[in-house]
Design a protein around this ligand. Structure first.
Ligand code: ATP
Ligand code: MG
Length: 203
C-alpha cells in the first residue's frame, strides 16, 4: 500500500516545500520507493528545487505527470501544496491523503493558524486522525519548541515528537538544489538527523 502524505498549512512560508523535499529524501535514503508531486508550481516550490541542482534522489512530478499505476508501486507519495489553500481544496486533500502533515512555526501567530486549520479538518470527521503537526524552524536552544509541542498536545492535536530545528543549512540546500545532508559545514548533520528522525515517525 502506498502511503499518501500531504503537506499543507493555511499560512504561507512555514516550511512545506523544505519539509516535503527533505522527507522524500529521507525515505529514499532508507530505501523506500518515493515520489513527490508539486501542486504549487511557483518559484521556491519543490519542482524548482529539483531543477536547480544536480538532481534529487527521487522523482519530483508535476500534477499532470502523475500516473496512478506508477503511484501504486511506491511506498510513499508526498504532496507539496501551495500556501493558503482554500477550504474546499483542503477538504479534497484530506480525502486523498492518508496523512496530513501540517508544518508550523512556534510563534503565537503560527500556532493559532495551525489550531484553526486543525479545527477545520477535525470538523470534517475523517480528517481528524490523519492530521499530524510538525513543529519546524524551531529555535535550537530556547525551549520554545518543547513548549509549543506541549501546548498543541494539550489542545488535543497530534504532534510529532521530532522538532525540526532552524538551521541555515536548509536555506543553502534550497539554493543549491540539494538536501541539507549534502551541504558542507554548518549544522547540516544536525539538520539531517532531525529529518531522519521525523521520517521514522511518519513512515
Ligand atoms: N527548518 C528550517 N530552518 C531554517 N530555515 C527553514 C527551515 N524550514 C524552512 N526554512 C526556510 O523558510 C523559508 C520558507 O520555506 P518553504 O519555502 O519550505 O515554505 P513553504 O511553506 O513551502 O512556502 P510557500 O507557502 O510559499 O509554498 C525558506 O527560505 C526556507 O529555506
Ligand atoms: Mg512551498
Amino acid at each position: 500500500m502506498t502511503a499518501v502524505i500531504a503537506i499543507t498549512s493555511e499560512k504561507g512560508g512555514v516550511g512545506k516545500s523544505t519539509l516535503a523535499v527533505h522527507l522524500a529524501g529521507a525515505f529514499a535514503e532508507r530505501g523506500l520507493r518515493v515520489a513527490l508531486v508539486d501542486e504549487d508550481g511557483r518559484v521556491g516550490s519543490s519542482l524548482g528545487w529539483g531543477r536547480r541542482g544536480p538532481g534529487l534522489p527521487f522523482a519530483v512530478l508535476e500534477p499532470g505527470d502523475v500516473k496512478p499505476k506508477a503511484v501504486r508501486d511506491l511506498d510513499a507519495f508526498l504532496i507539496d501544496t501551495e500556501g493558503r489553500p482554500r477550504r474546499r481544496e483542503l477538504r479534497e486533500l484530506s480525502e486523498r491523503a492518508d496523512t496530513i502533515l501540517v508544518p508550523s512555526g512556534v510563534s503565537t501567530l503560527e500556532l493559532e493558524s495551525t489550531l484553526s486549520l486543525a479545527d477545520f479538518l477535525n470538523s470534517e470527521g475523517a480528517a481528524r486522525r490523519k492530521l499530524k503537526v510538525v513543529l519546524t524552524r524551531v529555535p535550537p536552544t530556547s525551549g520554545a519548541g518543547e513548549r509549543a509541542r506541549e501546548d498543541l498536545r494539550e489542545a488535543g492535536l497530534t504532534v510529532c515528537n521530532t522538532l525540526v530545528r532552524q538551521y541555515a543549512s536548509y536555506l543553502r540546500a534550497a539554493e543549491l538544489g540539494v538536501l541539507c545532508r549534502d551541504v558542507q559545514g554548518g549544522r547540516s548533520a544536525q539538520a539531517w538527523a532531525d529529518i531522519l528522525s521525523l521520517s521514522r515517525e511518519v513512515l
